[in-house]
Design a protein around this ligand. Structure first.
Ligand SMILES: *Cc1c(COP(=O)(O)O)cnc(C)c1O
Length: 410
């Protein structure tokens, strides 16, 4: 046994048990999702697709991948799925390679407005392969302004429009995005990485039938293993998309152990208990937001429709990084984040982003959100007092100790 790694895993288990996990892209996968990840499926090479592998010995691997594909299609009500993308970013890059030529124009959401690096940020390889233009949320409301996006699309004439975000607390209107894309002759890709669990439970409108292609991760609100997924309806796109994933260049041998865990995740997401869970995720986010507002925290767009909150800290006199670090000392894990039209830089942004998927997986409900908001407020009021932050940390550990940890306890 490698005791060094074993000890580190034990320490991380303790951390995940004790601290409040409020990063909106994180969750606790079940034991049944985690189990296949450490199975012998990890040993196998299976480049290619079902029945057309470049390696022998893939009888059962084919069956695993087939189950994952069939369940993904059923869960999201669409005709085609590729479960091989190793994560959200490779899934997105594969779609760009499938639909575009180098130099084509992508129109996507600005990072500061809530977009994702893989949508063409200047620091991403995507920006060297393609021509990127960004749309923003409205400066007044913090919400997407579809008329403005249409005007910009008419002017820019992109080949691909991306609808989807990592830090947008409101419903995304995929139908409006598809009207815009149609009007300018662009493909529409919906990236539902953050909201996949809500879409699967019909608590956020589905991107189907509006988007040409849908990408997602499986490890955020969907509560599966770390991984990516591509979904679409039109058979004419199948060959291009599959070829872009393999052998197109982003990856080669698929991770069969993860396919099995994805299949388990899709199965779990079809159960009635999952919808009960995602409903509570949304209720908890609303309550947490309302409580934070009573402690005079300002929320971008004044609230939330989904699982996350973006807090504008400019009235608190300190940046997001300082506050995220103080909260960390108090056992409260969030991430610092830009806010729309952030007057500061990505390294010293004016906001924090938090969400309820992980704490809801532990069984927390409305009254617990009131407590969490109280802890956050207490920590922010004692930003530079390490003794006080350590005291809050003790209270947090005491609080979390009464909740089970999926994957460890259940
Ligand atoms: C998280 C996220 C991704 C990327 O996922 P990784 O698995 O981290 O590569 C892509 N798009 C959006 C909108 C995301 O939130």
């Amino acid at each position: 046994m490698d005791t060094q790694i074993d000890e580190l895993i034990k320490k991380e288990e303790k951390r995940q048990r004790e601290e409040l996990q409020l990063i909106p892209s994180e969750n606790y996968a079940s034991k049944n999702v985690l189990a296949p990840l450490s199975s012998v499926l990890s040993n196998k090479y299976s480049e290619g697709y079902i029945g057309k592998r470049y390696y022998q010995g893939n009888t059962y691997i084919d069956e695993v991948e087939n189950l994952a594909i069939e369940r993904a299609k059923k869960l999201f009500s669409c005709n085609f799925a590729n479960v091989q993308p190793l994560s959200g970013t490779p899934a997105n890059i594969s779609v760009y390679l499938a639909l575009l030529k180098p130099g084509d124009k992508i129109m996507s959401m600005n990072l500061a407005s809530g977009g994702h690096l893989s949508h063409g940020s200047p620091v991403s390889v995507v920006s060297t392969l393609f021509n990127i233009v960004f749309y923003d949320v409205s400066e007044q409301t913090g919400v997407l302004d579809y008329d403005q996006i249409l005007e910009q699309a008419k002017k820019e004439k992109p080949q691909l429009i991306i609808a989807g975000a990592s830090a947008y607390p409101r419903i995304i209107d995929f139908e409006k995005f598809s009207q815009i894309a149609k009007e300018v002759g662009a493909y529409l890709m919906a990236d539902i990485a953050h909201i996949a669990g809500l879409v699967a439970s019909e608590l956020h409108p589905s991107p189907f039938p509006f988007a040409d292609v849908v990408t997602t991760t499986t490890h955020k609100t969907l509560r599966g293993p770390r991984g990516g997924l591509i979904l679409w309806n039109n058979q004419d796109l199948s060959a291009q998309i599959n070829k872009a994933v393999f052998p197109g260049g982003v990856q080669a041998g698929p991770h069969n152990n993860v396919h099995a865990a994805k299949a388990v995740c899709f199965y779990e997401a079809m159960q009635p208990e999952f919808k009960t869970y995602t409903q509570q995720v949304i209720i908890n986010a609303k309550v947490l937001g309302d409580e934070l507002r009573t402690h005079s925290f300002n929320l971008v767009s004044s609230g939330t429709d989904n699982h996350l909150l973006l807090v504008d800290l400019r009235n608190k006199g300190t940046g997001g990084k300082t506050i995220a670090q103080a909260l960390d000392k108090a056992g409260i894990i969030v991430n610092y984040n830009m806010i729309p039209y952030d007057p500061s830089t990505p390294f010293k942004p004016s906001g924090i982003r938090l969400g309820t998927p992980a704490v809801t997986s532990r069984g927390m409900v409305e009254k617990d959100m009131v407590k969490i908001a109280g802890f956050i407020n207490q920590a922010v009021e004692n930003l530079s007092d390490d003794v006080e932050l350590a005291k809050i940390r003790e209270q947090v550990i005491n609080f979390t100790s009464s909740f089970k940890v999926p994957g460890l306890d259940t």
